[in-house]
Ligand binder design. Structure first.
Ligand SMILES: O=C(O)CCC(=O)C(=O)O
Ligand SMILES: [Fe+2]
Length: 410
């Protein structure tokens, strides 16, 4: 007897539930944590940079796919950490001073072009003609760190997850203040409270798009529900040890695949409240946290330890428009594609140049080798097909008979 639509739907739901149960059992048998507590305790999201690159790429890709994030331990060798940490602490004052000077100048009615000529203000022309200058990329204050940014393992993971030609579209410092001697609490946002959060997802999945409804400052954001594709990776390079007490990033494992968003206008989530299933990363100085931009995460509102020193970057595949909106003068200090002058670009380490070429107006950002190689192969295959079509039409007529494409019913 043929089943009714209702019977088929009930059976489908039952089988889907059974599949989910089996996936959980398999995960348990394979030792894969399926709760935040188990993940936090096991650090199953972490791989060591000393492992063969293929193993780190495989492990990190799997963790980003499953949890929405991973950590690579020991990326910056221990004997370089102190000097890079010092450099990143000093850079904070320079970036803040520069930003403040530009803001004050704008408030006083000066144009960015005027400010660009002032002693002590570091504004640079951007790639798009007709767009105002922006504050210089933070990397110019971080030459020691720059030597590690294009680390072979890090770029291999990013290439595996995103695509072969990569861009670092944003780079900024994110230090978290320590508690001061007078007892006032440390933490992001100045609350010092361990029971508050600042949940968000990152560009291009930051729904508030930096500027809300203002066309002069809105940098763009992907529409909900997000397609199930990793469009961006945020990397946080920790230069101090982090854990629950000392400035570790909060995450909600698995949230990169949840259709809701902490900033979603209709999703019923409070950006400031803890979320069941949340956890904090644990990592030593020199480790790099890497997350899918869709993963729900937050800087810690509390810090009981020393000042957390960290550098954040957002990486994109070549096919994402990393820049081009937010053309108002206020956007000269946002984090998007802070530019580099020719001499500053030239001073970058060789391996970092391809990732930052798009930030320098005097550089042509041509597509890079693996992207060209695969286009070349496709071009040759197409030409071969055209030649065959012309020369042997009788063979070509039946050459695709083995190709079967299925229409997915749901
Ligand atoms: O401070 C952190 O741990 C997170 C930083 C962050 O979310 C960001 O810079 O977008
Ligand atoms: Fe973020």
């Amino acid at each position: 007897m043929t089943k009714s639509i209702e019977e088929l739907e009930t059976e489908k739901s039952r089988l889907a539930e059974e599949m989910r149960q089996i996936d959980y059992q398999l995960a348990l048998r394979r030792g894969i944590p399926t709760t935040a507590e188990a993940l936090r305790a096991s650090r199953a999201y972490a791989l060591d940079a000393a492992l063969p690159v293929e193993d780190v790429v495989q492990g990190c890709s799997a963790a980003i796919d499953r949890y929405g994030f991973c950590v690579i331990d020991n990326v910056i060798p221990i004997d370089h950490i102190a000097e890079i940490k010092l450099e990143a602490e000093k850079a904070e004052g320079r970036v803040e001073g520069n930003t403040r000077a530009v803001r004050e100048g704008l408030r006083a009615g000066k144009s960015l072009e005027e400010l660009a000529n002032r002693e002590g203000i570091e504004l640079r022309p951007v790639c798009r003609s007709g767009y105002p200058p922006k504050i210089v990329n933070d990397i110019v204050w971080l030459p020691k760190y720059a030597a590690f940014l294009a680390n072979a393992t890090i770029t291999a993971v990013a290439r595996a997850v995103l695509d072969d030609h990569l861009k670092i579209g944003q780079l900024h410092l994110r230090h978290i203040v320590a508690a001061s001697e007078d007892g006032s609490p440390g933490g992001w946002f100045g609350t010092g409270r361990p029971d508050l959060r600042a949940w968000h997802t990152d560009w291009p999945h930051d729904l508030s798009a930096y500027g809300g409804g203002d066309p002069n400052t809105n940098v763009g954001s992907v529409r909900q529900p997000f397609p199930d594709v990793t469009f961006g990776l945020t990397m946080i390079w920790y230069l101090t040890d982090v854990d629950e007490d000392s400035g570790a990033t909060f995450v909600v494992p698995g949230s990169h695949r949840d259709p809701r968003n902490p900033r979603g206008p209709n999703d019923g989530i409070s950006v400031g409240s803890p979320i069941p299933g949340e956890m904090q990363i644990t990592a030593k100085a020199g480790a790099v946290f890497i997350q899918d931009s869709r993963c729900w995460h937050a800087s810690p509102m509390h810090n009981n330890g020393e000042k957390r020193i960290a550098i954040v970057n957002r990486w994109s595949p070549w096919w994402i428009a990393v820049d081009g909106y937010a053309s108002g003068p206020e956007s000269s200090v946002n984090q998007v594609c802070r530019p580099l002058a020719q001499r500053e670009f030239e001073a970058l380490p060789r391996d970092l140049k391809p990732l930052m070429r798009h930030l320098c107006p005097t550089q042509k950002d041509v597509l890079q080798a693996p992207v060209l190689d695969r286009a070349k192969a496709a071009d040759e295959r197409t030409k071969w097909g055209f030649r065959l079509t012309k020369e042997q039409p009788e063979n070509v007529v039946s050459a695709n008979e083995h190709i079967k494409v299925h229409i997915r019913p749901d």
